[in-house]
Design a binder for this molecule. Structure first.
Ligand SMILES: [Zn+2]
Length: 124
């Protein structure tokens, strides 16, 4: 698997862990279980990641300049982040650290993507 793909897999895994933490705490689920609400949120996030306009250059969602979530979903994921964000360092330190590093690299990625898109538009 190449590095860009690995990054997207990592992002999915990170969000899955965050939703699990949140669901276990607020909805009383355990292990790999998710309540129907949180399951549908996770499915939604996966779909957004797969349909991301940046494709393999996708930044971590937090740093993205294009906000593609619907309003209710955005509110829902914010709730999850608020609870799980600070807990990830203890719950899954490796994943949390990699996600942090991915986030640092984002700015350069986004700038490159926008510059390339602009170049293409000019050539049309
Ligand atoms: Zn839940």
């Amino acid at each position: 698997m190449d590095r860009k793909k690995a990054r997207i897999v990592r992002e999915k895994k990170t969000i899955e862990e965050m939703i699990k933490l949140y669901c276990h705490h607020y909805h009383g689920t355990k292990g790999d279980e998710l309540c129907p609400d949180c399951r549908s949120l996770l499915d939604y996030v996966y779909l957004r990641v797969d349909k991301c306009v940046f494709k393999e250059n996708k930044p971590t969602c937090k740093n993205c300049t294009i906000h593609c979530y619907s309003k209710p979903r955005k509110a829902q994921i914010k709730e999850v982040m608020r609870y799980s964000g600070p807990r990830m360092m203890f719950h899954a330190p490796g994943l949390a650290l990699m996600h942090l590093i991915d986030g640092w690299k984002d700015k350069a990625l986004i700038e490159k993507f926008l510059a390339e898109r602009e170049k293409k538009n000019r050539e049309k």
